[in-house]
Ligand binder design. Sequence first.
Ligand SMILES: [Zn+2]
Length: 442
Amino acid sequence: MDTLITNVTAVTMAPGAEVLFGVNIGITDGKIEFISKKVPEEMPHTIIEGTGMVAMPGLINCHTHLATSVLRCFTDDLSNREALEALLQKEAKMDSRGAKAAALLSIAECLRFGVTSVSDLYYYPNATAQAVAESGIKANLALSSYRFIDENEEFDFETDEQCQELQRIVDKWHGYDNGRIKIDAGIYSEYTSNYPLWEALAGYASEKGLGLQLHLAEARNEVDSCLDRTGMTPGELLACHRLFAVPATAAGCAYLEPEEAKMLGKKKASAVALPLSAAKNGQHCAPITDLVKAGMNVALGTDGAIQAGNLDMFEVMRGAAMSVRAAKEDPSALPSSAALLMATYCGAQAQGRSRECGMLKEGMDADLVLVDFTAPHLMPCHNVLTGLVYAAKGGDVAMTMVRGKILYQNGKFPTIDLNAVVEELTTYAIPKLFEKEETNVG
Ligand SMILES: [Zn+2]
């Protein structure tokens, strides 16, 4: 036996065994061997004292843009148009070296806050994949394709620059380390691309068995503009061009029509609610319970650090539950167990990982976190599930483990040299973005 966590309260998220008190968790070869009161005969290599701790499945952040942490707090008080212009201006100066450093910073933040797997939709996927590979976290990485192809333009998936980049990263990274990294196809959104690209990506993703990530129906004007142009909602239009032929992870979904949500549910698309980044940007959160009733799998995400401020999925769970309760004017509209389920099992399902993680169960990967429930704001705790959603914060995570390997514990990141990452950001990545400009960043 490699690791034994002793005398812990386990929130398993497994059906019928939600909370187990005073159990031991045995971990061998990266997998959970048992969760029970039993004491193993064999001496484990490592013993982690779990008294006062709550063990839970690692959180799954289903929508982020890891490399945008280099621009954290740069556009927070601007209008959406001003923020987008500022972001585009800086993105034009980014490169893969800076993107890797920023991705590592974001991964450290994810691990610090108990996230064991992320879905990333951005540029520089090769650099991000290197950061993921080094850090030990799990990730579904998508290249955010954006491109309008003119009717008269000759478009060939095999020779198109963005499509070639996708093919290269699929060949290099898809399935890396027994599936720790998966590559998804991706488009930024309906309004930044058109149908030849959608059809080509859908065909390629089907052939290679990839998922697909996109932003969908995040803002009302996005939906209205598509209706004006085409007479269809963005989801309907994309479906006409087979984009949902593969399991899609659609971030936003705040303004889906009821029939559109049903259609997406039938096509096995997952919605990712972004309660905090949506509210911060003056938009609604996805109508979570309505989407679930329509048959969609609903997961949670932070969005990038530039959009959200931070990557704390505990805040997101709380925000998701509160947004539903406020919208329905009913405090029983979304129980805490549902918020936890969205951040764990439903996230794993969206990533195509529900057989390997998303709950604490014998035989599954040991992707788990320990939350320190001895802090003043977590005592007394009459209900562990509501305590995790309404009282705990990302900073209460004491340990994060992926496949049985500790990636964060008590302030330390065994796989990430955080000082070197900060040095790279302050001496290379940030100066490159802000060269010849006044800056108070860094
Ligand atoms: Zn986003």
